[in-house]
Write a protein that binds this ligand. Structure first.
Ligand code: SAH
Length: 214
């Protein structure tokens, strides 16, 4: 896979567009500048990789629009060394952004084909998150608690187990809603474990589904 000056130029323009649309966390913009998004799409779509749109990644799933990735990542206020759980590895792009920002990342995907593909690609890029083929509704008990969580599929409700596995003082970003449109929720857990929520507008994700699929 090649990342040349043309790709870097397109990435720079994408970063400028995201900044214009209101993404102000420099670390998020830097990570988007550093991760070659075209690696996550089929070759035929290399150019479109740097337009601010979502794309099919196979198995009926999509890689989120760059603005959505940037928006969710910005809400998480990622710090180096944060232990983060992602639900919905998908293409592995969001996971790579979080790794690039220095997170200790754990990510779960329910579709085997996507899990395998993302694993290869993420490792090829030199990141080493822990990846799991499984159902995100269950969280990842063995490595809990997590400082932060990011759900990248539309959750019909906030999974109880995820809230339990979130550290006191932690935050979770979750697109909430059973229909085609979800409300972006930032859930925070106070130092003494009290949960509160704030809404950040409407987004569209593929649905969060139960169990795993071959
Ligand atoms: N973060 C991804 C976005 C992928 S789209 C990226 O950067 O490309 C959402 C993904 O969530 C899909 O791959 C879908 O298979 C997965 N998903 C849906 N329900 C899930 C669940 N219960 N557990 C884990 N993954 C799930």
């Amino acid at each position: 896979m090649i990342d040349n000056f043309r790709h870097k130029g397109m990435r720079k323009r994408l970063v400028e567009q995201l900044a214009e649309k209101g993404i102000s966390d420099q670390r998020v913009l830097e990570a988007i500048m550093n991760v070659p998004r075209h690696f996550f799409l089929d070759n035929a779509f290399a150019k479109q990789a740097y337009s601010d749109t979502a794309f099919q990644i196979g198995a009926g799933q999509t890689i989120s629009q760059p603005y959505t990735v940037a928006f969710q990542t910005q809400l998480l206020e990622v710090e180096k060394g944060d232990k983060i759980l992602e639900i919905g590895t998908g293409s592995g792009y969001q996971a790579s952004i979080l790794c690039e920002m220095g997170a200790k990342l754990y990510s779960i995907e329910r579709q085997r084909e996507l899990f395998l593909k993302a694993k290869n690609l993420i490792n090829e890029l030199g990141y080493s998150p822990k990846l799991k083929y499984g159902d995100g509704f269950e969280g990842w008990e063995a490595f809990a608690p997590f400082d932060k969580m990011i759900i990248t599929c539309g959750a019909p409700y906030i999974p109880e187990k995820l809230v339990e596995q979130l550290n006191n003082g932690g935050k979770m970003v979750v697109p909430l809603g059973a229909g085609p449109v979800q409300e972006m929720i930032l859930l925070t857990k106070s130092k003494n474990g009290e949960v509160s929520q704030r809404s950040y507008g409407k987004f569209r994700f593929v649905p969060m589904l139960k169990d795993t699929e071959k």
